[in-house]
Design a protein around this ligand. Structure first.
Ligand code: ATP
Ligand code: MG
Length: 421
């Protein structure tokens, strides 16, 4: 029997991994510049952590979680997102004692039992960043700017930023009841899901992808008309900072996001290049969550970037050339092989990518392998060269060759190879 990956799970093969690495490196660089520290939390958590934070009525908790019971009958769930886990870690480890403001990021896989399709998998990866302990709106702007900066450094095009305010416990109930009244007139026009949501969680309806529901809510009230003074001032402040930073955005009063814990700022970075899966980054403020999970009353905001979708955009645009070895050493004969092994090890320790052949093949076969690997240069050395104290260095791109002395060879090579930079 031959095994294969589970539906919705996939391998990322060595030839595909380039853009993943570039994305991760870019994100780490940007996090460093913005002062975010990495945190790693377990993939498995108690089910209640997610049901209590994300919300029972959300798609994630109601149908997408990978949940099982351990031998003691406790519910365990593979994390569907990172915010709940990071909030748990912030509380459990009393990170707020070091300083209430903690800027954290994590990168890793998430699990959701959804219908796999383009840009949608059951195991997918997110780059996640959170600021705990600051009420904003400057931190809201910082976080959004940071997500935009990662995408800018990757030269991605066609991305737009949508922002909204979802209000707070002061003003959202007013909007909610007004929306419920509006939806009560539309019952026949909504899908089964939304008919249920109209009672349990009416804001969710804006997130429904069924076209009939989109039409039905076209004339629905706007959350922004119900925001209290403090929420208005916060949202205005955020927009001001985005303008200062010259980040174009559009206000979308229908943007609600798929998780219940958001308050005030919600945002998405969207693309029109990936079909239905248009959200590349989603985020928002969740000022009640730390308290709701048993911690102190401290505000927070975060985002999650879908790595598969960013990588799809990078691939669509065509990535830069794959990396190439700096040098391939073609050594002929046992003695030359031994010497080559030492030179190779020296150069690798000095930071160069060097390859050689271990199987004692002839020159032609070795040169063929050097070509296949895309090596920039080849060093050719046989027993004769060894005896004469010299070798041939060949530039594989322009085919020019030069003789190099074996005495002081590695420092000469280091100089030559550095010219590739
Ligand atoms: P969507 O509306 O696309 O389902 P979501 O609201 O469920 O997104 P979040 O939970 O906010 O998404 O996750 C943040 C980001 O993670 C998304 O914008 C998307 O880029 C990515 N993402 C979410 N679910 C998946 C998935 N199943 N496969 C791949 N990427 C995903
Ligand atoms: Mg979803």
């Amino acid at each position: 029997m031959e095994f294969s990956t589970i539906k919705g799970f996939k391998d990322i093969l060595p030839e595909e991994v380039g853009p993943w690495q570039r994305l991760e490196q870019t994100a780490r660089h940007v996090f460093h510049c913005f002062g975010y520290r990495e945190i790693k939390t377990p993939l498995l958590e108690r089910t209640e952590l997610f049901s209590r934070s994300i919300g029972e009525e959300t798609d994630i908790v109601s149908k997408e979680m990978y949940t099982f019971h351990d031998s003691k009958g406790r519910g365990m769930t593979l994390r569907p997102e990172a915010t709940a886990s990071l909030t748990r870690a912030y509380i459990q480890n009393r990170l707020y004692h070091q300083s209430p403001v903690q800027k954290l990021f994590t990168i890793g896989p998430m699990f959701r039992h959804e219908q796999p399709q383009k840009g949608r998998f059951r195991q997918f990866h997110q780059i996640d960043a959170e600021i705990f302990g600051d009420p904003g709106p400057m931190s809201d702007a910082e976080l959004i700017l940071m997500a935009m900066e990662i995408l800018r450094l990757l030269d991605l095009e066609g991305l737009t930023l949508a922002v909204n305010s979802l209000g707070c416990p002061e003003c959202r109930p007013g909007f909610r009841s007004e929306l419920s009244k509006f939806l009560a007139q539309k019952t026949g026009a909504l899908c089964d899901n939304c008919t249920r949501r109209a009672r349990t969680n009416p804001l969710r309806i804006f997130d429904c992808k069924v076209p009939a529901c989109g039409q039905a809510v076209a004339g629905a009230p706007s959350v922004l008309d119900f925001c209290c003074e403090a929420c208005r001032a916060h949202f205005k402040g955020l927009q001001g900072y985005l303008e200062e930073a010259q980040i174009p955005f559009r206000v979308d009063h229908r943007l609600v996001r798929g998780l219940d814990y958001y308050t005030r700022t919600a945002f998405e970075i969207q693309t029109d290049l990936l079909g239905a899966q248009n959200a590349v980054v989603g985020g928002g403020r969740y000022d009640q969550l730390t308290q709701q999970l048993g911690g102190p009353d401290l505000p927070a905001i975060g985002f999650a970037m879908g790595m598969e979708r960013v990588v799809a955009l990078m691939e669509r645009r065509g990535e830069a050339m794959p990396e190439r070895p700096d040098l391939f050493i073609c050594a002929l004969g046992t003695e030359a092989g031994k010497a080559a092994f030492v030179w190779m090890t020296d150069l690798r320790r000095s930071g160069f990518w060097v390859e050689m052949d271990y199987s004692g093949k002839g020159l032609k076969a070795q040169m063929k392998r050097a070509h296949r690997l895309g090596a920039r240069r080849a060093l050719i050395v046989g027993e004769d060269e060894l005896a004469a104290g010299k070798a041939v260095l060949r530039d594989m791109d322009n085919k020019r060759q030069e003789e190099v002395a074996l005495e002081g060879l590695t420092s000469h090579l280091q100089q030559a190879l550095r010219q590739n930079d």
